[in-house]
Design a binder for this molecule. Structure first.
Ligand SMILES: [Zn+2]
Length: 298
């Protein structure tokens, strides 16, 4: 009898300990994301909004395929290249350049020199607005010198990067302003969607809302034009119906980005936002149904 009781007690204690462990692990999993970065299902698919001063550059990786959206300024190209190397990137399947301003294409030639790039997506500027800047002309020379597949992207184009399904949604018109000519990308991964509008401003954003309506719905928005108040109108943000926003801008930049009006609009809609000027590189992991945000990785 004694032996049997002891055994039952032992089982009861073990059972209690087991349930305690399950409860602790479940809590950490559900509330802190502590265990998730070790899970391949999550770490296989991510976006790094790279801390690269007053410019834009986002690395997206899915199942070993990599794409870079914009390459920041020439002076920040070393930061971008260092980050890609830190991530173990050896080849870019795509380099997507949203529009030919220096804070988006300035580092592109250096990236092309450092990494093998399969395909570059750009857009032919609206007639009469083609830049004559040295950074743009040098980039065209670099592209011509390398055996890179250069694609002129247009709204309606679609392609995949690993498990990411990428649609080019815009620009929808031949705008005169180069910011509004920015390529608009929507990246789908299961139930998650990520919207990139480059430096598009209110007029071009409104054209997206008119054309796509609820199809713009996205889990995360890379906030247009570094958080300028001339982008991200309330009606646009409501149409996108986002949960998370990332703002790429330099600390103490001369433009005052992000503007407080933009932050107020994000806050009024209860959107969680992250800033590269304050939080460094922002990494967003996707498992196809949830997002896990991590500020700069040590
Ligand atoms: Zn910009």
């Amino acid at each position: 009898m004694m032996a049997a009781r002891k055994k039952r007690d032992y089982i009861r204690i073990c059972g209690g300990t087991f349930f305690l462990i399950v409860a602790v692990v479940s809590f950490l999993y559900a509330n802190t994301g502590f265990f998730r970065p070790q899970s391949n299902a999550v770490t296989d698919h991510y976006f790094d909004f790279i801390d690269c001063g007053q410019g834009d550059s986002c690395l997206m990786v899915s199942e070993g395929s990599a794409a870079l959206i914009d390459a920041s300024t020439a002076s920040e190209s070393e930061q971008v290249i260092a980050w890609l190397k830190k991530r173990g990137v050896e080849k870019l399947d795509y380099l997507i350049l949203t529009h030919p301003h220096e804070d988006h294409i300035g580092g592109a030639a250096a990236v092309l020199n450092e990494f093998e790039v399969d395909t570059v997506y750009m857009r032919q500027p609206t007639e009469g607005t083609e830049p004559t800047t040295s950074v743009y002309l040098n980039l065209l020379e670099e592209l011509a010198a390398q055996s890179v597949d250069l694609e002129q992207a247009e709204a309606g184009d679609r392609f995949t990067c690993g498990a990411f399904y990428i649609s080019i949604l815009g620009p929808l018109k031949d705008y005169e302003d180069l910011n509004n000519q920015s390529l608009v990308l929507r990246v789908e991964h299961g139930e998650n969607a990520f919207l990139f509008t480059g430096d598009q401003e209110n007029a071009a954003e409104e054209d997206l809302v008119t054309a796509y309506g609820a199809e713009l719905n996205s889990t995360l928005l890379k906030v247009g034009h570094h958080g300028s108040s001339s982008s991200s109108s309330l009606s646009f943000l409501e149409a996108v119906d986002l949960e998370y926003a990332v703002i790429s801008c330099g600390a103490d930049n001369p433009y005052g980005h992000p503007h407080r009006e933009t932050l107020a609009r994000l806050e009024s809609l209860d959107i969680s936002y992250y800033r590269t000027d304050l939080q460094g590189t922002v990494t967003v992991y996707s498992d196809g149904s949830k997002l896990y945000v991590q500020e700069e990785i040590a």
